[in-house]
Design a protein around this ligand. Structure first.
Ligand code: BEZ
Ligand code: FE
Length: 301
C-alpha cells in the first residue's frame, strides 16, 4: 500500500500543484451565475487544499470513489445516505448554523433528520401524539413568543419522536402513524401535549455511513430527543429538538452533532399516582414532564 511520506514538498512540486489549482479555478471564470462561480471556485480551492494537505494516495482516492458510489447505491426515495453522510460529518449542523444566525435569544435550530412526515394528524391542545407508540408518557408544555416577548397565537407546531425501542413509525413496515402530530398555539401562545419521554437511538447504520463510523470508532447513537418544527406568519421557521438533561449520550456525543446546551431540558420524573396536569389517570405508571419555551426570530434574519 502506498503511504504518504513526510518528505518536504520541493518548490518545483509546489509550483506544479499551485498551477493546477489556478487552472481549475479559472476554468469557472466564465460562469454566468456569479454565485455558482464563487461556490465552484471556493470548492476547488478547498478540495485541492485537502488533497494536498493529506497527500492523498491514489488508493485512498479509489476508496473514496467506491465509498461515494455505495452511498449513492443505497440511496432511494426512503433512504437518503448522502444527507446522513452530511449529518455525521457535521456539515448539516454547520449549514444550519450559517443559515439560522443567532438573533436576540431566538431558540437554536438543529438537524431536521430523515423521519419527518408531512400531514401528521392534528391533535387538540393537551392531546396525545403517541398514537400507539410505546414509552413513558411525558407531558410537554410551553409558549411560543417572538423575540420581543409577544405571544404567537396559532403557531403550527409539528412534533415527532421514536418509540421506546428507538424506532420511528416510518421504520416499521405496517404504515402506522405514531409518535407524531401537529397542534396550534392558543391566543396566549401556549401549547401542551402528551408525548413520550425520549430515548437514545442509533441513526440508520447498516450502510456505508455506518461502516465508516465503525471504522473510525464512532457511535451511531443520537442523544435522546424530541423533534419540533414551528411555523408562524412573518417569523422564521424553526426546526429543532429538545434533549434530555442527564442523558449520558450527551456526554458520549450525539452522532450528528445536534446537541446545543440551550436545547437540553429537564424532564422531571413523576411517580405513579402523581396527579397529571389534565387529570389523565396514570395511577399505575410513572410519567415525566418537561417545559420548552420557544422564541421565533423574525422572518428574513
Ligand atoms: C433524527 O434525529 O431523526 C436523525 C437525524 C439525523 C440523522 C438520522 C436521524
Ligand atoms: Fe430523531
Amino acid at each position: 500500500m502506498t503511504t504518504h511520506t513526510e518528505t518536504p514538498i520541493s518548490p518545483e512540486q509546489q509550483a506544479l500543484e499551485d498551477e493546477l489549482v489556478a487552472t481549475v479555478v479559472s476554468s469557472f471564470d466564465a460562469a454566468d451565475n456569479p454565485r455558482l462561480k464563487h461556490v465552484m471556485q471556493s470548492l476547488t480551492r478547498h478540495l485541492h487544499a485537502f488533497i494536498r494537505d493529506v497527500r492523498l494516495t491514489e488508493e485512498e482516492w479509489s476508496k473514496a470513489i467506491e465509498f461515494l458510489t455505495a452511498v449513492g447505491e443505497i440511496t432511494d426515495d426512503k433512504r437518503q445516505e448522502f444527507v446522513l453522510l452530511s449529518d455525521v460529518l457535521g456539515a448539516s449542523m454547520q449549514t444550519i448554523a450559517v443559515n439560522n444566525q443567532a438573533h436576540k435569544g431566538a431558540t437554536d435550530a438543529t438537524v431536521f433528520g430523515p423521519f419527518f412526515v408531512d400531514d401528521a394528524p392534528e391533535i387538540p391542545l393537551g392531546g396525545d401524539i403517541a398514537g400507539g407508540a410505546t414509552g413513558q408518557p411525558c407531558w410537554i408544555e410551553g409558549t411560543v413568543t417572538d423575540t420581543d416577548g409577544n405571544p404567537v397565537a396559532d403557531a403550527r407546531i409539528e412534533v415527532w419522536e421514536c418509540d421506546e425501542d428507538g424506532y420511528y413509525d416510518v421504520q416499521y413496515t405496517d404504515e402506522r402513524i405514531a409518535g407524531r402530530a401537529h397542534l396550534f398555539t392558543d391566543d396566549k401562545g401556549q401549547y401542551r401535549f402528551w408525548g413520550l419521554t425520549p430515548v437514545p437511538y442509533p441513526i440508520p447504520h447498516d450502510g456505508p455511513v455506518g461502516k465508516m463510523l465503525a471504522a473510525v470508532g464512532r457511535s451511531p447513537v443520537r442523544a435522546a430527543h424530541l423533534h419540533f418544527m414551528v411555523t408562524a406568519d412573518d417569523l422564521r421557521t424553526l426546526v429543532t429538538h429538545i434533549f434530555v438533561d442527564g442523558d449520558p449520550q450527551i456526554e458520549i456525543g450525539d452522532s450528528v452533532f445536534g446537541v446545543k446546551d440551550s436545547l437540553i431540558k429537564q424532564f422531571d420524573a413523576q411517580s405513579p399516582g402523581t396527579p397529571t396536569p389534565d387529570g389523565r389517570s396514570l395511577s399505575d405508571r410513572s410519567w415525566a414532564r418537561a417545559r420548552f419555551d420557544i422564541v421565533l426570530a423574525p422572518a428574513g434574519v
